[in-house]
Design a protein around this ligand. Structure first.
Ligand SMILES: C[S@@+](CC[C@H](N)C(=O)[O-])C[C@H]1O[C@@H](n2cnc3c(N)ncnc32)[C@H](O)[C@@H]1O
Length: 282
C-alpha cells in the first residue's frame, strides 16, 4: 500500500466516526507518528508502506472507531508547543489551560525563586510548563489520582524537570505534607453533571470523569476547598490562579472577596468566555 492510499484508507475507514475534514487531520497525525512528512495528499512523498506500518495503522483505526480520542490512541498531546504524554488516567490538556500558564508567566519574573503548587495536576501540563520556564522556582504538584501522578511524573522525567509530586485530596488535605507557597495554580474539576448532555461521547467515554465533573448542587466545591487551602498555605502577598467554568466567575470572585483576597481579576479565554480568575492573598 502506498502512503497516499494509506491516508485515503484511514479517512474512509474512520468515516463512521469522523467527518472527511476531521479524518484528514487525524490521518496526518497518524502518518506523522509513523515518521512520514504529511501535507496535501498530492504533494507528499508517495512511499510504499511497510507491513508493520500497515498493521499499526489498522490497530489505530480500530481504536479510533471506538470513539477513543486520537490523543489517547497515540498517547500524546501538545501543550505550549511541547509533546505531553497522556493516557486514560489524565485529562487531555486543553488549549484554554495554556492561557493560565501564559498569564502566570506574564506576571512572574524569570528569576522567581518561590514555591509553586499545581493542585489537580493531571498530565502535569501546567506544572511541567512552569518548571521549564521558571528555572529557579520549587515546583510541587498534587492530585488525588495515583494514575494521573504517574503520567505527570513521566512528563517531568521526559522534560528533565524537577517537580515534587504529592498524592493528596484537596477536599480533605493533609496540610502537614505541604510547605508554604508563593503561588498556587489549579484547573480543578468544574463541569456540572447537568452539562454532560452537551458533551461529546469521546470525552464522556474516555476522559476520567473525576477530572471533569462536580455535583450540580455544589459547583464551587473545589474552589471553596482550594481557597481554604490557600488561606492556610499561601504566603502573604502570594498569588492564586484558577481556571474556572465561565458561568461561575462572579460567584468565585465573591468567595475570594469574602475570604480577604485582593486584586481579584477575571480574565477571558480565546473564545471571549471568563476562564481564569487571579487573586492575591493580603
Ligand atoms: C480538570 S483536571 C485538570 C488536569 C490538568 N491540571 C490540566 O489542566 O489538564 C482536574 C484534576 O484534578 C484531579 N482531582 C479531582 N479530584 C481531586 C481531589 N479531590 N483532590 C485533588 N485532585 C483532584 C483530577 O484527578 C484531575 O487530574
Amino acid at each position: 500500500m502506498k502512503l497516499t492510499e494509506g491516508i485515503r484508507h484511514i479517512i474512509k475507514s474512520i468515516n463512521p466516526v469522523y467527518t472527511e475534514q476531521e479524518g484528514s487531520s487525524i490521518a496526518r497525525l497518524l502518518v506523522e507518528h509513523l515518521g512520514y512528512k504529511s501535507g496535501p495528499v498530492a504533494r507528499i512523498e508517495n512511499k510504499d508502506l511497510e507491513e508493520f506500518e500497515i498493521s499499526q495503522l489498522e490497530h489505530w483505526i480500530k481504536d479510533l472507531l471506538t470513539n477513543k480520542p486520537v490523543q489517547y490512541v497515540l498517547r500524546y498531546s501538545w501543550f505550549m508547543d511541547r509533546k505531553i504524554f497522556v493516557n486514560e488516567n489524565c485529562l487531555i490538556p486543553r488549549q484554554e489551560t495554556e492561557e493560565i500558564v501564559l498569564e502566570i508567566l506574564k506576571n512572574t519574573e524569570k528569576t522567581f525563586s518561590g514555591n509553586i503548587l499545581d493542585i489537580g495536576t493531571g498530565s502535569g501540563c501546567i506544572s511541567v510548563s512552569l518548571a521549564m520556564e521558571l528555572n529557579f522556582a520549587q515546583i510541587f504538584a498534587s492530585d488525588i489520582s495515583k494514575g494521573a501522578l504517574e503520567v505527570a511524573q513521566r512528563n517531568s522525567f521526559i522534560n528533565n524537570v524537577n517537580i515534587e509530586f504529592l498524592h493528596d485530596d484537596v477536599l480533605d488535605p493533609d496540610y502537614s505534607k505541604f510547605p508554604a507557597f508563593d503561588l498556587i495554580v489549579s484547573n480543578p474539576p468544574y463541569v456540572r453533571l447537568l452539562e454532560r448532555e452537551k458533551m461529546q461521547s469521546n470525552v464522556l467515554d474516555f476522559e476520567p470523569s473525576d477530572a471533569l465533573f462536580v455535583p450540580d448542587n455544589d459547583p464551587l466545591l473545589f474552589y471553596k476547598a482550594i481557597i481554604e487551602f490557600s488561606i492556610k498555605k499561601l504566603n502573604k502577598g502570594g498569588k492564586l490562579y484558577l481556571e474556572i467554568n465561565e458561568v461561575f466567575g462572579e460567584e468565585i470572585k465573591i468567595v475570594l472577596h469574602q475570604n480577604g483576597f485582593i486584586n481579584i481579576t477575571l480574565i477571558k479565554d480565546i473564545h471571549g468566555k471568563d476562564r481564569i480568575i487571579k487573586a492575591q492573598k493580603l
